[in-house]
Design a protein around this ligand. Structure first.
Ligand code: ADP
Ligand code: ZN
Length: 292
């Protein structure tokens, strides 16, 4: 059996054919252009692989409500041409296989609980700090949707007294994405985050904001593990700073052995390297096949 997965992003579409044990047989990346041309490329790719099911972990916002007329759509995205796009329907019609659908970050947390750092756990939060910020939530053995889907990348944070940067999120300014995403780092310091290696004050401030968000997710969701990733988390030493500040913020209030010591086993990078999103998409495809 071959299952297709798409990690659908605003700049690129990562597509892979894989098997039910989480092995990636082949992968390709297409730039995200207009829906018609981009989807045509993807359809041709998956026809060649003769897939039995497809899963999509998608940039959003998306409609995940199965009773809605626009289930499986990308809804109000600022990405030109993709607003109100029935991305699930396009592939279902063209490929004639069951299609699973969720947010990109829910896909990533699903990949990690199935085959990675969250294996065997039933409550895990996945946070990505890249160009933007996003949070996938897996609670009591299921992906959390709720009213729409969690938007943990936009939780509001307390500004640091010495930070005069106003934030890059047009909706909130002082949210995680607005203050700590790669775009925010670049907006505040005038250089790309990747070019600011070793600058103490940059990464202290960055950890100050990320730790606030992580502490809040711990208090609200009580996850058994926090998986933290995205381009910005590649910065050397940032994990240690975040772990330290999370401990300070929690101040011993939440009592569990996992929250003692350095938090090295608790706040971790993905075990699937750069693949949690695409493997999670494959798992979404497997789940769609099971439902059928
Ligand atoms: P996207 O979110 O677009 O999928 P990434 O997750 O790769 O992309 O995140 C891109 C962001 O990560 C950019 O802002 C980039 O400057 C930043 N970045 C990449 N590598 C590093 C690094 N080693 N240290 C800090 N920031 C980094
Ligand atoms: Zn925001």
């Amino acid at each position: 059996m071959v299952i297709g997965g798409i990690e659908a992003g605003g700049t690129k579409m990562v597509c892979a054919a894989g098997t039910e044990d989480g092995t990636i047989l082949n992968r390709v990346t297409f730039p995200t252009r207009q829906p018609e041309e981009t989807c045509a490329d993807i359809i041709a790719y998956f026809k060649e692989w003769n897939i039995n099911a497809l899963g999509i972990g998608c940039f959003g916002p998306v409609d995940l409500n199965r009773n809605s007329k626009t289930y499986g759509y990308i809804t109000s995205t600022p990405k030109k041409g993709w607003e109100n796009c029935n991305i699930t329907g396009i592939f279902q019609n063209a490929l004639g296989v069951p299609v699973g659908f969720d947010t990109d970050v829910n896909g990533a947390v699903l990949g990690e609980v199935t085959w990675g750092a969250g294996k065997g756990l039933d409550s895990v939060v996945y946070i990505t700090i890249g160009t933007g910020a996003g949070v996938g939530v897996y609670i009591n053995g299921a992906l959390l949707h709720g009213l729409v889907h969690p938007e943990g990348g936009h939780i509001l944070l307390a500004k640091h007294a010495q930070d005069s940067y106003e934030g890059c999120c047009p909706y909130h300014k002082n949210c995680l994405e607005g203050l700590a995403s790669g775009s925010a780092v670049e907006g505040r310091w005038g250089r790309k985050a990747v070019e600011l290696a070793g600058q103490e004050q940059v990464w202290e401030l960055e950890a100050y904001y990320i730790a606030q968000a992580v502490a809040d997710y711990i208090l609200v969701y009580s996850p058994q593990k926090i998986i933290l990733w995205g381009g910005v988390m590649h910065q050397s030493g940032l994990f240690e700073r975040v772990r330290e500040k999370v401990k300070e913020l929690l101040n011993g209030y939440v009592s569990h052995d996992m929250l003692k010591g350095s938090l090295k086993e608790y706040i971790v990078p993905p075990a699937l390297g750069e693949n949690p999103g695409i493997l999670g998409a494959i798992k979404l495809g497997m789940l769609a096949l099971e439902r059928k």
